[in-house]
Design a protein. Structure first.
Ligand code: NAP
Length: 510
């Protein structure tokens, strides 16, 4: 039996006992249980699924002390961050519960028959139904909000899907704890505890086995571009391909105008340094690329930002793999002719996994010629590019897909900023004005997902209640007898939900 151990990021020592890598038989059994449970769970009325989600959220709050101790040992995030992420995780569950109570998420549409039309039109009633068992891959950098009962699992459960989670190998005890809490609450429902399955593993075979399980009908993945792309290919190559919703890496370009520098250069540097160093830079929304005017003010800004990063705390990285990859990236970036390291601190040699916030400064020509500078440096490292403001509009169209794009400009620079915003909106999921990309508000209007490679499907969001749409499939019923229709489509509208009836929104009976 193959086993693996998680490590305490602060010390590098083993964080707990060894966990067994899931075998092919374990994965087959978990997928089969998830498929059986799906047949029960999909029939549980939405308002009862809502009660279960709220109960899981409340159980998480009750387990707060155990959660903080377990997550901190495996992820070294500290009480404040873990409490904040716990609040977000519970809010996500409650948000989906509210959505289920309202019921309109099924997007029910009814178009009456019209025998007089040419050609005559049948009656059609369309509704969204749960896809089936969903596999969820959790990343290491959000042990709660994207963890075993994070956004993907909450959205899938809300949709009426069962879930098979592949836990992150850096945090097996955390995964076990969350699965135990959720399964205890699901056991009280008609779906049963098996609605949520968890397997562990740290080999690519385990991940591939989960995606290849024939019962799995969709995948929610959060992690690196390399792993996400590998698993996307597996999902697409199945005999029966399935949707793969990968939220991957992103450089989150940030553009600063001459007017913004003249108005508030020091404030922007302070906010940017905090955004880069926050969570040791291990956020998918970390501003990894900063474009600044190639002028005295721009060079002064680069100097100020580097000083602030040199004064920021040394971050603890989540695991040895992230540290290893970041160190390799750092070395490769050091070798780029025309890119200079503007920060002064060496990485600490202490035990554990640590990295000092670091800034590289380069020019637009070097940036255009170096693919290394367009790689994600997952950790507290960013690249600052000195370029002409007019060049920035062109660069924005050549960067590929990202989760976010940010503009810092003065109020009277609307022509420049408008053109840049228009270019960015073609390439990112969220355009930010005079702010910073870290800190993702969990509200229905949030868009977390952009063109590839930031996501494998730019059509949906991985954050906010609209993310439920990834796990629902439209089905239309033609001339179906009333008694055989799902409740959401019956003429009497027994659930009282809002529907689109012959082009008019209505919560009334027909
Ligand atoms: P990761 O190394 O990609 O791991 C994610 C999952 O994929 C783990 O379960 C991992 O398990 C598995 N995996 C890795 N390589 C694999 C392969 N070749 N084949 C099959 N499975 C594989 O990511 P992470 O370190 O946890 O998170 C950091 C990355 O996630 C960053 O790049 C960050 O930008 C991204 N991220 C994105 C978002 C977003 O919303 N877009 C949010 C958070 C993080 P094994 O290690 O066992 O293989």
């Amino acid at each position: 039996m193959s086993t693996f151990t998680a490590f305490n990021p602060r010390t590098g020592d083993a964080a707990g006992p060894a966990f067994a890598e899931a075998t092919a038989a374990d994965i087959a059994s978990a997928a089969s249980r998830a498929a059986s449970a799906f047949e029960q769970w999909r029939r549980v009325p939405a308002r009862d699924r809502a009660k279960a989600l709220r109960a899981i959220g409340n159980a998480l709050i009750d387990a707060r002390d155990q959660i903080i101790a377990t997550v901190d040992l495996e992820a070294a995030l500290g009480d404040t961050r873990i409490n904040g992420e716990l609040a977000r995780t519970v809010a996500q569950l409650h948000g989906f519960a509210d959505l289920l109570d309202q019921g309109a998420y099924v997007e029910a549409i009814i178009d009456s028959a019209n025998p007089a039309a040419t050609p005559p039109r049948p009656e059609l009633r369309r509704v969204l139904q749960p896809l089936g068992p969903v596999a969820v891959f959790t990343p290491s950098n959000f042990p709660l909000a994207y963890g075993v009962i994070g956004g993907d699992t909450a959205g899938a459960l809300a949709a009426g899907c069962s879930v098979l989670v592949k836990g992150h190998p850096s945090q097996p005890a955390t995964s076990e704890l969350f699965a135990r809490i959720a399964r205890a609450e699901l056991a009280k429902t008609a779906g049963g505890a098996d609605v949520l399955q968890l397997v562990h593993g740290r080999t690519p075979e385990t991940g591939r086995g989960v995606v290849n399980a024939p019962e799995i009908q969709a995948v929610g993945f959060t992690g690196s571009v390399a792993a996400g792309r590998a698993l996307f290919n597996v999902a697409s190559a199945r005999p029966e391909p399935i949707p793969f919703y990968g939220e991957l890496g992103s450089l989150n370009p940030l553009f600063i105008s001459p007017g913004a520098l003249a108005e508030r250069s020091a404030d922007i540097a302070t906010g940017l340094a905090a955004s880069i160093a926050m969570g040791a830079g291990q956020f998918c929304t970390k501003p990894g690329l900063i474009f600044v005017p190639d002028s005295d003010a721009g060079r002064e800004f680069a100097h100020t930002l580097a000083s602030k990063l040199d004064a920021a705390p040394i971050g603890v990285l989540l695991n040895e793999n992230i540290r290893h990859l970041l160190a390799n990236r750092m070395q490769a970036t050091m070798l780029v002719q025309g890119a200079t390291c503007a920060t002064d601190r060496d990485w600490p040699a202490d035990a554990g996994f640590r990295a000092a916030p670091t800034l590289f400064v380069t020019d637009a020509t070097t940036f255009a010629e170096s693919s290394e500078l367009r790689e994600e440096h997952f950790g507290p490292i960013s690249i600052l590019v000195l370029s002409e403001p007019d060049q920035m509009k062109v660069i924005a169209t050549e960067l590929g897909g990202h989760l976010t794009g940010t503009i810092h400009a003065a109020a009277d620079e609307t022509a420049w900023a408008g053109a840049l915003a228009d270019a960015l909106a073609q390439h990112v999921g969220r355009v930010i004005w005079n702010g910073f990309p870290t800190g993702v508000a969990v509200v229905p209007a949030m868009q977390h997902g952009g063109p590839y490679p930031s996501s494998t499907s730019s059509l949906h969001s991985a954050v906010g209640t609209t993310s439920i749409r990834r796990f629902l499939r439209p089905v239309a019923f033609q001339n179906m007898p009333e008694a055989l229709l799902p409740a959401e489509l019956q003429s009497s509208n027994p659930l009282g939900i809002e529907r689109l009836v012959n082009g008019v929104r209505s919560a009334s009976a027909l």
